[in-house]
Design a protein around this ligand. Sequence first.
Ligand SMILES: Cc1cc2nc3c(=O)[nH]c(=O)nc-3n(C[C@H](O)[C@H](O)[C@H](O)COP(=O)(O)OP(=O)(O)OC[C@H]3O[C@@H](n4cnc5c(N)ncnc54)[C@H](O)[C@@H]3O)c2cc1C
Ligand code: SF4
Length: 351
Amino acid sequence: MSAQDTVLVVGAGPAGLSAAATIASMGKKAVIVEKEDILGGAPIISGYAKLVPSGEWAKDAIGRMVSRVEGDGNISIHKSAKVTQVAGEAGNFTATLSNGDKVEAGAIILGTGFTHFDSINKPEWGFGTYEDVLTTTQMEQMVAAGQIRCPSDGRVPERVAILLCVGSRDRQIGREWCSKICCTVSTNLAMEIKEISPSTDVFIYYMDIRTFGLYEDKFYWKSQEEFKTKFVKARIAEVTKSPDGRLLVKGEDTLVKRPIVIPMDIVVHAIGMDPNALNPEIARTFGIGLEKHGFIDRAEQYTNSQGTTRKGIYVCGAATGPDDIDSSIAQGQSAGARAVADLYGQQKIAS
Ligand SMILES: Cc1cc2nc3c(=O)[nH]c(=O)nc-3n(C[C@H](O)[C@H](O)[C@H](O)COP(=O)(O)OP(=O)(O)OC[C@H]3O[C@@H](n4cnc5c(N)ncnc54)[C@H](O)[C@@H]3O)c2cc1C
Ligand code: SF4
């Protein structure tokens, strides 16, 4: 096949996997370049438990997407590799990889995703100081292992607090965006904790609850009514330790406008989605623009939704901003179809 029949897909998360499968389904060749030594993106690399909204284990759901591309003769895969240089133009790119290989492709799709917020950047909420302060990804790994225990001493927690919007909607630390999925993920996590550990009470501390669309009753109301999750509208000031070794969540109940100090055994940070920490390097290598928060910029919202600021280079999934798996998959399909359509158009003009 010629370069014009090949699309280079960078990143093998839900978005990139979906783009590659779409390209192959149209009889074109996809070459995947993934920097890690496993495919599947954040849900696999970070060991998510059951996904919202399907309730399916991440390793099974995303595992199916991985098997689909691994079993497709039109798709080749470079793991533990990055693109270091891009020469040429739309219809005729040559990419040099960190392993020395060269890929000739008519179009490039970036499915390079996001970076989890590092809770160390919110030191007043105890992460990195107290062993029993965890992130949602760490708690999901505990759920996947089927046991809820305090990391400090292995006791079954009486109370777990989940703090929403950690690293999102926080202008003080330069994260003005809502990470879109963490309210739903947290209400689901509360139900999973209760299922595994019925004696544990789960509290969710929130500014607003944004279980968007159909997730309102499936997660927010169900978590509250069937699983007795307690929702506390609050501004959290700090997480400290009491003399008996429990954690103290201190802040203000913003409904009754009173200070609150509630002892907890585990505190979970519902971490948000940052721009991929590699985006400055990605922007330089591929010659594309970033939007003001550092996510990859799109060409045009309505008529070229998956285009970047450079012709022939497309983007999909959480690389453009916080998004869920369903939308990332849909964007991957859209980017794959648009890239092939644009190439096919060029071939018709050339012939
Ligand atoms: C705690 C948490 C829980 C979540 N749970 C859910 C859930 O239950 N349901 C749901 O719908 N959504 C969930 N999400 C959102 C979900 O993680 C994203 O929607 C999804 O991972 C986005 O897929 P993606 O392919 O765009 O990006 P990613 O999953 O980030 O994949 C990007 C891939 O690109 C690779 N990559 C990055 N840079 C490069 C580079 N320069 N070169 C080569 N490869 C590169 C990465 O290694 C990775 O494999 C959750 C998010 C968080 C923070
Ligand atoms: S989805 Fe919920 S927890 Fe996440 S940033 Fe938005 S409001 Fe906060």
